[in-house]
Ligand binder design. Structure first.
Ligand SMILES: NC(=O)c1ccc[n+]([C@@H]2O[C@H](COP(=O)([O-])OP(=O)(O)OC[C@H]3O[C@@H](n4cnc5c(N)ncnc54)[C@H](OP(=O)(O)O)[C@@H]3O)[C@@H](O)[C@H]2O)c1
Length: 334
């Protein structure tokens, strides 16, 4: 049996759905039923329930976005560092294997090289990177699990959210019985405030960059497969292989679910940070070779995106033809 903490959350819900689909026995635990942030309570609960595995889908991500973590610093540290440390301690006492949701946001940029000489390009919106992207895309590589996070408290600048997640990884790296699952920019076919495809459609202006992305279903499958296959514990980048430019995602959205929508882009980083963001954002490419070597399947990023768009389920209230005639400037999607 599996115990899942934070199952009420965005990613936790995807875990719940997949555990049900696999007919795996699990118990979802919410802080409103059990204050699992308290080590004695968590220990007593797990001693009683005797699970085989624990999933930590709990954490503080900041709403509506990571800017909120800059002001809610105590909450961020409690949710993202102290809680994982508490779980690690309790799981070590019990000899209980577990998985922890981390993020690729602890990196910024990509590695570029031909195998002999490699350098890190931190700014994926820079003209020099765009030149590499256009001329030598094969030389662009992602950060792998052996690379030290370069968007962290130890390697500033970083956002407080990313700093807290990198610090948690550092703390957990001393534990022997944990999977650290690094997801990044989640998306799927279900319209949701956290879904990248939804966000792209609702932003007043879009921040153009290059990133690795994580399809929710593929990622959660990969996390559970690692456990079911009894793959070695440790850190795994869990993103769909490859990377994609925001502009390409927008093109795909326009061709499928929002043909009438006009998308605007921020002119550059200066305009974006002066107007729309308080803290630096991570844009990065991750290498998923380690995950794929375990024979866990992840679809290439464009395939997963195309599939999500083909099966898109909008939450938007359908607008009447008359409404659209009255308010054409709003570009309301039906
Ligand atoms: N969403 C993303 O973009 C993304 C990307 C990569 C990685 N992740 C990681 O995935 C994990 C889950 O993210 P999510 O997007 O599913 O978050 P979420 O929707 O905010 O859900 C997180 C859940 O954690 C629990 N929780 C425990 N301590 C908390 C605290 N101090 N503050 C707030 N919630 C707390 C809450 O459940 P109860 O109160 O019911 O117990 C909450 O529902 C996090 O560790 C996050 O860093 C998320």
């Amino acid at each position: 049996m599996i115990v899942i903490l934070g199952a009420s959350g965005y990613i936790g819900q995807v875990f719940e759905a997949e555990l049900k689909r696999r007919k795996m026995r699990f118990i979802s635990v919410s802080r409103k039923d059990l204050d699992y942030t308290q080590p004695d309570k968590l220990l007593a609960y797990l001693k009683k329930k005797k699970p085989d595995f624990l999933i930590n889908a709990a954490g503080f991500v900041g709403k509506p976005n990571v800017d909120a973590c800059e002001t809610a610093r105590a909450e961020t540290l409690l949710g993202n560092v102290i809680l994982p440390q508490t779980i690690a301690h309790v799981c070590t006492i019990l000899g209980l294997p577990w998985g922890h949701l981390s993020t690729g946001c602890i990196y910024n940029g990509a590695k570029i090289g031909d195998g002999k000489k490699t350098y890190i390009e931190k700014d994926l919106s820079s003209p020099s990177f765009k030149k590499v992207l256009a001329g030598k895309p094969w030389s662009i590589r992602g950060f792998d699990e052996t690379d030290e996070p370069n968007f962290s408290f130890r390697n500033p600048p970083c956002s407080f959210y990313s700093g807290s997640k990198a610090l948690a990884e550092e703390v957990l790296s001393k534990s022997g019985n944990v999977y650290i699952w690094r997801l990044r920019i989640p998306f799927d076919e279900n319209d949701h405030a956290r879904n990248y495809i939804s966000k792209m459609q609702r932003y007043a202006k879009v921040y153009d960059n290059v990133n690795s992305l994580s399809h929710n279903g593929d990622s959660v499958n990969a996390c559970l497969d690692l456990w079911e296959k009894r793959a070695p514990f440790g850190t795994y980048n869990i993103t769909n292989p490859g990377f994609i430019m925001t502009r390409e995602v927008i093109d795909m959205i326009k061709k499928t679910i929002a043909p009438d929508k006009t998308f605007e882009f921020w002119k550059d980083d200066n305009e974006f940070y002066a107007t729309a963001a308080k803290t630096p954002r991570s844009n990065c490419i991750l290498d998923v070779s380690k995950l794929l070597a375990t024979s866990v399947k992840m679809r290439p990023v464009r395939e997963a995106l195309a599939d999500s768009l083909a099966r898109w389920k909008s939450n938007a209230v359908p607008q009447s033809a008359q409404f659209r005639r009255q308010f054409p400037a709003r570009n309301v999607r039906t």
